[in-house]
Design a protein around this ligand. Structure first.
Ligand code: G4P
Length: 530
């Protein structure tokens, strides 16, 4: 068993749209010799057509709205890449997927540095202490000064950096990277077709007299100066700090032209940790090597296959060994269930899984048993720390356009809320018109489309001006919040009191004015035990 889980690398890629996530994913698969390819990787020829056709909407909009898992093996390592939708209108799925990852690759566009979506996703990684490997992309284009980029990462994200490779020029004068660990100059040459031609890497110490001949006087001079500065004043590599999510190794390259991918992947397999132990409630701790099988649900996807009208729950295995047909304790329901049909998903193709180990993702056929945050284990009772529910950023009051379809609407919206596509809030006195909260605005369209096509009810949304939700503790009733100039007080689907705000200024004011109350920006999703 140890041999199996120790070769698992379960990771996700976080980036702002257009930084190059799709391109890097493709190149990783290419270099890794992907055995399976699925989900949201857009095809090169027709970038607008998603490979996955789980949802008609994807085809219509030409973007990916679901997240999926890509698997590939490279030199004995099994990679599970959790895909996080990168479109500007991303959903809470993107956040939650990160709870199942052991490591994240953060891509930065060398011309833009840290962008808003990078920041949000980073925040989620930080909450869980996920180690982050940084890849600075698009060096073949005019780029910002690499020192300036590093200090932006430190200032904006509070993440320390330790460059493993360092760029030699950028844009038209991009010559390659210096590999600090290997003490090697890896040179880049663009081919007419746009791809990089692989030149032999030159094992060359930074003090080597031949360096100016190889790179030109000016480039060699700058490189020597910069490496000396890094060696002298830069952060030292510290694996413990990396694993704690405090220090990030940094690589430079150009995904489009293939440059810097191979050295990146070679180092990444050593950096990305194998599955580690996880804490569960009541002081229980599981190690991946435990005999006890344990897993938690981080995503539920309804109606993946229209002809089956089924639901699939995605479970991240944390310990033990999964076998088809095994019996597990379902902690929330307090009963034993048999896991008959676990599958791995490659777009429309499904493959039965015979066995799985810590780090692997199972797609469980779900007859309505699973909710996000549920724990399954062979030795109960145990439950993992809850998957948090994040503050939505857009709120809309739901309008049912055909009053005869209230039942369908209720069923649909309840299922979509369980799936985590939407958060439902009810305002005291207006319970019939629920407020829907989503992370990305596109989700309103997704909801409208899905409720109509999957449940047969036409709906629309009245967009509300709120952009922040805070779960409030230390207070009992909504009217107490309203009395304190809080714009709107509602209850979430588990009955927790939630304050809605238009902006940060209002949030700060409420915190200042009400010191006895606690305002949280996440709520636990795990439903109480039945
Ligand atoms: P995303 O998934 O993070 O949104 O980014 P994606 O990989 O789709 O890349 C966004 C754009 O940036 C694409 O251009 C892509 O070709 C380009 N790109 C990615 N990596 C690099 C790089 O290293 N260097 C350069 N110069 N460009 C890069 P596009 O014009 O939107 O698409 P396409 O017509 O090139 O396919």
């Amino acid at each position: 068993m140890a041999a199996e889980y120790e070769r698992r690398r379960t990771f996700a890629i976080i980036s702002h749209p257009d930084a190059g996530k799709t391109t890097l994913t493709e190149k990783l698969l290419l270099y890794g010799g992907a055995i399976h390819m699925a989900g949201t990787v857009k095809s090169r020829k027709n970038k607008r057509a998603a490979v996955s056709d789980w949802m008609e909407l994807e085809k219509k909009r030409g973007i990916s709205v679901t997240s999926s898992v890509l698997q590939f093996e490279h030199e004995g390592i099994r990679y599970n890449l959790l895909d996080t939708p990168g479109h500007n209108d991303f959903s809470e799925d993107t956040y939650r997927t990160l709870t199942a990852a052991d490591c994240a690759i953060m891509i930065l566009d060398a011309a833009k540095g840290v962008e808003p979506q990078t920041r949000k996703l980073f925040h989620v990684c930080r909450m869980r202490g996920i180690p982050i490997v940084t890849f600075v992309n698009k060096l073949d284009r005019p780029a910002r000064d690499p020192f300036e980029l590093m200090s932006q990462v430190e200032d904006v994200l509070g993440l320390h950096t330790a460059p493993i490779t360092w760029p030699i020029g950028s844009g038209d004068r991009f010559q390659g990277v210096y590999h600090r660990r290997q003490g090697a100059v890896l040179r880049f040459e663009k081919e007419p077709g746009g791809n990089a031609r692989k030149l032999d890497s030159e094992r060359m110490d930074i003090g080597d007299e031949a360096l100016p001949k190889l790179l030109g006087d000016e480039a060699a001079g700058s490189l020597i100066e910069e490496i000396e500065l890094l060696d002298g004043a830069g952060e030292e590599w510290d694996e413990e700090r990396f694993l704690a999510g405090e220090l990030s190794p940094v690589f430079f390259g150009s995904a489009l032209t293939n440059f810097g991918i191979e050295p990146f992947l070679n180092e990444f397999s050593g950096l990305c940790p194998a599955p580690r132990g996880r804490d569960a409630a009541d002081g229980v701790h599981v190690e991946p090597s435990d005999q006890r099988f344990s897993a938690f649900i981080f995503k539920v996807q309804a109606n993946m296959d229209k002809s089956h009208r089924d639901r699939i729950a995605f479970a991240r295995v944390c310990s033990g060994r999964y076998e088809g047909g095994m019996k597990v304790a379902h902690d929330r329901l307090g009963k034993t269930i048999r896991l008959n049909r676990a599958e791995q998903f490659f777009a429309q193709a499904r493959e039965s899984v015979a066995e799985a180990f810590a780090g692997d993702i199972l797609g469980l056929y779900d007859p309505g048993l699973f909710r996000i945050g549920d724990t399954l284990s062979t030795e109960g009772p145990m439950s993992f720390d809850a998957v948090p529910r994040f503050s939505p950023e857009h709120f809309g009051r739901l309008q049912l356009l055909d009053p005869m379809k209230r039942k369908q609407l209720q069923k649909g919206i309840a299922e979509l809320a369980e799936e985590g596509t939407v958060q439902l809030f009810s305002e005291p006195g207006r319970e019939k018109d629920p407020i829907c909260g989503v992370v990305g605005r596109l989700q309103f369209e997704v909801l409208t489309f899905r409720v109509e096509h999957e449940y047969g009810a036409k709906i629309s949304f009245d967009i509300l001006p709120y952009t922040r939700a805070r779960w409030v503790e230390g207070v009992e009733r909504a009217d107490q919040l309203l009395a304190q100039r809080i714009p709107l007080a509602v209850q979430d689907q588990d009955g927790h009191l939630v304050a809605l705000f238009r902006d940060n200024w209002e949030v700060d004011r409420a915190i200042r004015d009400n010191e006895a109350w606690t305002f949280r920006d996440t709520a636990p999703i795990r439903a109480p035990r039945a």
